[in-house]
Design a protein around this ligand. Structure first.
Ligand SMILES: [Zn+2]
Length: 307
């Protein structure tokens, strides 16, 4: 990757993402994906270091006492409430990862293109504490930044295996942000509402439910930027359900980027869930790599359409 070339698909990441000693895939897997992309680059994709989220940015979404606990480690129960432990590098890790989401969303919004951040552990985080391996809700931090930059409307498409109940709670009073959420697990469920639309799928109807959920997004042409929580944990070996294979998820990614292209939407994506419960780290990396490859292919189609 040539650092003097501006990538057509910036992937925000820095070594700080994995700074904490936590061994959870939520923290560790991004480095494995970066190493895979270094061995086998995807044309147009370049790694870009993000600006870490500031205390003010995270305090606009989370209670100050919780933010201070994550920064200092005290009180420890609150500092470690995400469930990935606490050490004195957790703050660097989660502010880098959260800043990456914000930078990817702003990049997509300002260029009209596609950008990603190799961030995970976002959508379960609540105002007052972390939850489900999620410390800060970088999706909401990023959405707020895009709104402040004039995006008008940010739509979060959450296809992680689990429900985005943290995001739904944090956006209930936030005008300009709406969510479409297809889950295969009931963890972090919430009452579906017009601006946080939750549906469930299983291994037999997954792509049909995803297609219907996208088709039901109100006024898609009015979306300023689409923020895609591209969890790979629906996969039958990575935390999901039988019948959802790598091939199904590859078709899902193509559907998402085709749907966004149909409305000419800027897209920012993040890794989200995906675990080595039933597959090896290399296989998990291969799943997340599909999102990067499909995003790059979508950028290529946009550029050839524009030429
Ligand atoms: Zn998940």
């Amino acid at each position: 990757m040539n650092p003097t070339t501006v990538p057509v698909l910036p992937l925000f990441w820095s070594p700080a993402y994995t700074a904490t000693a936590s061994a959870r895939e939520t923290v560790t897997k991004s480095l494995h994906l970066v190493e895979d992309l270094e061995r086998r680059p995807v044309a147009g994709v370049g790694i870009v270091a993000p600006t870490p989220a500031t205390i003010d940015e995270v305090t606009a979404v989370h209670d100050a006492a919780f933010v201070e606990a994550v920064r200092t480690g005290e009180p420890r129960r609150l500092a470690a409430s995400a469930g990935i432990g606490w050490d004195d590098r957790l703050w660097d890790s989660v502010t880098a990862s959260t800043g990456g989401v914000r930078d990817a969303v702003l990049s997509a919004w300002r260029t009209g293109g596609i950008a990603g951040s190799l961030s995970s552990g976002l959508h379960h985080a609540r105002a007052h504490e972390g939850s489900g391996y999620c410390t800060f809700n970088g999706l909401v931090v990023a959405a707020r930044a895009a709104l402040a930059d004039g995006a008008g409307r940010v739509t979060i498409l959450d296809l992680d295996a689990h429900c985005g109940g943290g995001t739904a709670a944090l956006t209930a009073e936030l005008a300009g942000v709406d969510q479409t959420d297809v889950s295969v697990q009931h963890y972090d469920t919430y009452a579906s509402r017009s601006d946080a639309r939750l549906t469930f799928a299983d291994g037999s109807d997954y792509l049909d439910v995803v297609a219907a959920a996208m088709a039901a997004v109100p006024d898609p042409g009015g979306i300023g930027v689409l923020l895609y929580n591209a969890g790979m944990d629906p996969h039958e070996g990575a935390g999901g359900v039988a019948g959802i294979t790598a091939d199904v998820l590859a078709r899902r990614e193509r559907m998402v980027f085709d749907w966004a292209a149909a409305y000419d939407l800027p897209v920012a994506f993040v890794l989200a869930g995906g675990y080595t419960t039933g597959i090896a780290m290399d296989d998990l990396v291969a799943l997340h790599r599909i999102t990067v490859e499909e995003a790059a292919a979508a950028v290529g189609r946009r550029m050839s359409d524009a030429a």
